[in-house]
Design a protein around this ligand. Structure first.
Ligand code: FAD
Length: 524
């Protein structure tokens, strides 16, 4: 029996009173049976199904059978218990076998369907954040942490924290990602070298496991679950609340882009800056490549210098952009001058190629939003994104640079998108967590963030990614992929290496029926 109350744009299928099983049918013809006694509100209308089947990557298309818009964590727990075949109503157990898979979906900014649940139920985590009581973000009385509903976007965590003069300490470049989504990967950016990834800055989590149990975990309480879930690609449970560490919020930022034509000097300065202490050093460090076969975005630089910067790129074919930021407010004004002086005197860039903007802290952290708006206005946001994100051991970065940047990227007729290139410190990562990183003190974050469209289709870009991986393989450069999507089990085993055993053990402990986040393709 199909129950569907057609309500305007969004069809709400509200299941009440009767105990008759309800069948929701996806467009792909796969069915999800939910008994009415579950009392869950799921959406099965084409709009909701279609929205949950796509992601930012714009490459995959996987229809769920239904989308759950939960108003409380207990609803998610009920759904998962039922999917396990263990839901009981009136003392009667329902179906003995799992009936469908379940995936949490934050903002759906995955690249390859990682938040999808083909034929199963996608849990819209935004609904849970909107229903959170007393609020999606609650700052502690002493301002040292925030309890955050996991479906909340980081930009909203920032806004709520700033009202109290505090802020999370480590960020992704883009803030319109959900807390649960980035904690399921790592959450990295220009502050990672100093504070670690976002997963290193979590005190406690509320998680609904793959068995439907609601558990609180931390380093001391249920540590297996805590370690597993952080960077755990959604495999062990659905995070509903995260307790995030906070620090003092500065008011302003000196944001610099410093140009190099010499890779060795660029690399040396990047590595020196990430080794400096907080007082004397910078608060944020990244790097980008400007290549003559790509679109050279000079908008950061003063109008009077833009032509000069563009010709530099043309003349050298590649310019390395060191991007650093130092936070300040009225109490730290003297320090900012010292640090800016240190940067301009001690770094090895060519004279006259350091450019500084002075911006509010919020605008600095939210800088990628401006890029998003630009791309959206040009129709270039909702295009396929065959992005490649990798971590490269510091000891092999020169070989990577020579083989991949010089050998492959610069030899393309054109490149479309941004290439990130910066080092970070491994001692800020907790190796017990699920995320994998190279086994060296310093490793580089490389993001080859190409967009398809125009003359290039995404398969061509994907072929280039394959060549990059192959080059590393052939040269013995032991990279780790980030935000990866493998379809072969052996690739996952290789990725997790010595942690594979723990990963499987935790899967058996917390999601024995392998219901969660099937879009990651690890245990399907
Ligand atoms: P989704 O795509 O919705 O989900 C991702 C995975 O996590 C899925 O497997 C899903 O099932 C699972 N999941 C989601 N919520 C939960 C939850 N509450 N509990 C358990 N599992 C859950 N990453 C960085 O580290 N640094 C960056 O600077 C950065 N910049 C980005 C910029 C852009 C423009 C984009 C599109 C992505 C960027 N990312 C970055 C990648 C981003 O962190 C990941 O794609 C992240 O998963 C996105 O969060 P989301 O809420 O969209 O997750």
């Amino acid at each position: 029996m199909t129950t569907s109350l057609g309500l305007s744009i969004i069809t709400l299928v509200t299941l009440f009173i009767s105990l008759t099983p309800t069948l929701t049918k996806s467009e792909g013809g796969i069915d999800v049976f939910l008994p009415i006694s579950l009392n869950l509100t799921v959406r099965t209308d084409p709009f909701s199904i279609s929205a949950a089947s796509h992601d930012f990557g714009n490459i995959t298309d996987e229809n769920p059978g239904a989308v759950l818009c939960p108003s409380s964590p207990t609803e998610v727990s009920r759904l998962i218990r039922f999917a396990n075949g263990g839901f009981s109503y009136n003392g009667v157990l329902t179906s003995p076998a799992p009936t469908f898979k379940v995936a949490a979906r934050g903002q759906g900014h995955s690249l390859r369907g990682q938040a999808s649940a083909p034929g199963g139920v996608v849990v819209n985590m935004t609904c849970l954040a909107m229903a959170a009581k007393p609020a999606a973000v609650v700052i502690s009385a002493d301002g040292t942490y925030a309890d955050v509903a996991a479906g909340t976007m980081w930009v909203d965590v920032l806004k709520a924290a700033l009202e109290r003069g505090v802020s999370p300490v480590t960020w992704t470049d883009y803030l319109y990602l959900s807390v649960g989504g980035t904690l399921s990967n790592a959450g990295i950016g220009g502050q990672t070298f100093r504070h670690g990834p976002q997963i290193s800055n979590v005190h406690e989590l509320d998680v609904i496991t793959g068995k439907g149990e609601m558990m609180t975990c931390s380093l001391k309480l249920n540590p297996e679950l805590f370690y597993g879930v952080l960077g755990g690609l959604g495999q062990f449970g659905i995070i509903t609340r995260a307790r995030i560490a906070l620090g003092h919020a500065p008011t302003r930022v000196k944001w610099s882009r410093i140009l190099y034509s010499d890779f060795s000097a660029f690399k040396r300065d990047q590595e020196r800056l990430i080794s400096m202490t907080k007082d004397l050093g910078v608060d944020f460090l990244e790097g980008q490549l400007m290549m003559s076969n790509g679109i050279v975005d000079t908008s950061f630089f003063p109008l009077s210098d833009q032509t000069r910067v563009a010709s530099l790129v043309n003349d050298h074919r590649i310019i390395y952009v060191l991007e650093v930021a130092k936070y300040y407010d009225s109490t730290t004004l003297p320090i900012i001058d010292q640090v800016m002086d240190m940067l301009s005197r001690s770094l090895g860039f060519a004279p006259g190629l350091m450019f500084v903007q002075d911006v509010p802290y919020f605008d600095f952290l939210n800088r990628v939003r401006t890029e998003e708006e630009k791309l959206r206005s040009l129709g270039l946001w909702e295009v396929p994104h065959p992005w490649l994100n990798i971590f490269v051991p510091g000891s092999r970065i020169q070989d990577f640079h020579d083989g991949v940047i010089n050998g492959l990227l610069l030899n393309q007729t054109s490149t479309a998108g941004v290439t990130l290139f910066y080092p970070t410190n491994r001692n800020k990562w907790n190796n017990g967590m699920s995320t994998m990183s190279p086994d060296e003190d310093v490793f580089y974050v490389i993001g080859i963030l190409q967009s398809a469209g125009g003359s290039q289709n995404w398969q061509e870009l994907e072929n280039l990614n394959d060549k990059i991986i192959q080059f590393c393989e052939n040269s013995g450069i032991k990279i780790k992929e980030y935000l990866m999507h493998y379809t072969r089990k052996e690739d996952w085993i290789k990725h997790f290496g010595p942690k594979w055993g723990d990963f499987v053990r935790r899967k058996i402990m917390f999601d024995p029926k392998r219901l969660l986040s099937p879009g990651q393709d690890i245990f399907n």
